[in-house]
Design a protein around this ligand. Structure first.
Ligand SMILES: Cc1cc2nc3c(=O)[nH]c(=O)nc-3n(C[C@H](O)[C@H](O)[C@H](O)COP(=O)(O)OP(=O)(O)OC[C@H]3O[C@@H](n4cnc5c(N)ncnc54)[C@H](O)[C@@H]3O)c2cc1C
Length: 359
């Protein structure tokens, strides 16, 4: 076991790693600059229904299963159970369903009547949708708070408001970090800095190219509890929070959104999202209250970058769909940092090693 582990970044990935490592008795310090976190602006839908290839589907499914295991030791703040999805229609719907069935997904098709039985407030439901009973949404901010509190109770130290400028090394081994307030020694450094990863690694000559993928998340003023599931229609994704607010990305199909710029003012986009929501929920008195802008941490090919990188003792974990993948990543990072690559981690992470970028 490394004698001292520094985790740079206290978003969901760093917090999950801190939790799992301290549960194994590791000596962990979490250092966080206090920058805006993607974790706090996330839609936080834990799903396998959005995927690009078979390996990624399997990783995301493992992500859902790992949340179940996390729930055995920590109170996970789940806010919605099950998703109703009809982003694709016609032949595209059939193709997606065929792929999902071939992969053994936990999905069933429901008709308009069944959709109304599940969500009576949705006006003019589609003729059919896919229902994913095992997908969930969580309060990701509350979850990070719980994870860090549990890590702290197990001995982890927290350095907040501290910007990490670089990683130090002697020969081919990591020796610690440099920060805005001095150097801190460590024999293992885990970089979980989200969108800050590319710049931090560039400081030691490592190139991990990342995309610019801004997203806008809107909250409405609270309304009476109406919606119980995660809803993904062709025009809008949304879910309802425990305080009654509807949470919705302002771009439809936000998971597949490849825009590198927000082209219109956030309030104009939020107004347009409210109009789309009102068409689906005509009986709800919907007004937007808050819009959050955040960049998604996304390596250049859109897939996670996880594993040892550069000098011995350095490890990176940055990804989109980091909420879906957080619980499984916490387990895999813990295994690889404490015991080295396992058969399971080698298998699940084979397609996501940073070396694919020539690092
Ligand atoms: C609009 C939007 C919607 C999303 N929807 C979903 C969804 O529905 N499902 C899903 O699975 N994923 C979703 N995601 C993606 C998901 O939220 C992210 O993948 C995840 O939150 C990334 O967590 P993280 O810990 O890697 O990064 P962050 O939460 O961004 O945390 C990184 C931390 O690193 C710190 N840091 C950075 N640089 C330094 C430095 N040099 N020194 C010290 N500290 C530093 C920051 O202060 C920050 O606290 C969405 C993201 C966005 C923006």
């Amino acid at each position: 076991m490394p004698q001292k582990i520094i985790i740079v970044g206290g978003g969901i990935i760093g917090a999950m790693a801190a939790y799992r490592l301290t549960q194994q008795g590791a000596n962990v310090t979490v250092v966080d600059a206090g920058h805006a976190r993607a974790t706090d602006a996330s839609f936080s839908w834990i799903n396998a229904s959005f995927f690009t290839d078979d390996a990624y589907f399997r990783l995301r499914t493992e992500g859902i299963t790992a949340f179940g295991r996390l729930g055995n030791t920590l109170d996970v703040p789940v806010t919605s159970h099950g998703s109703i999805v009809w982003e694709d229609e016609g032949p595209a719907f059939d193709r997606q369903l065929h792929r999902l069935n071939r992969l053994g997904a936990d999905v069933r098709v429901i008709d308009g009547q069944a959709i109304t039985a599940l969500e009576s407030a949705i006006m003019q439901p589609p003729e059919r949708a896919m229902f994913f009973p095992s997908e969930i949404a969580v309060d990701s901010t509350a979850l990070v708070t719980s994870l860090l509190a549990a890590a702290s109770a197990a001995g982890a130290r927290m350095l907040s408001g501290v910007f990490v400028q670089g990683v130090t090394q002697t020969g081919d081994r990591v020796t610690g970090i440099t920060t805005s307030v001095g150097a801190i020694p460590a024999d293992q450094v885990i970089v979980a800095t989200g969108v800050g990863t590319q710049v931090l690694l560039a400081g030691i000559g490592l190139s991990l190219p990342m995309l610019k993928r801004p997203g806008l998340m809107m909250r409405t003023r609270p309304i009476a509890q109406t919606i119980r599931h995660i809803i993904a229609s062709p025009t809008q994704e949304f879910r309802q929070l425990p305080n009654g607010a509807i949470l919705a990305p302002v771009s439809a199909g936000h998971q597949a959104d490849t825009s590198s710029e927000i082209m219109r003012p956030p309030d104009v986009l939020a107004d347009a999202a409210i109009i789309r929501l009102r068409a689906m929920l005509p009986d709800a008195d919907l007004e937007w209250d808050q819009v959050m802008l955040a960049d998604r941490p996304m390596p250049q090919d859109g897939l996670p970058a996880v594993g040892a990188i550069g000098p011995a003792g350095l490890y990176v974990a940055t990804m989109h769909s980091g909420i879906t993948l957080a619980a499984i990543m916490g387990e895999l990072i813990m295994t690889e940092v404490l015991d080295g690559v396992s058969a399971k981690s080698a298998d699940l992470l084979a397609a996501y090693r940073p070396k694919r970028f020539g690092v």
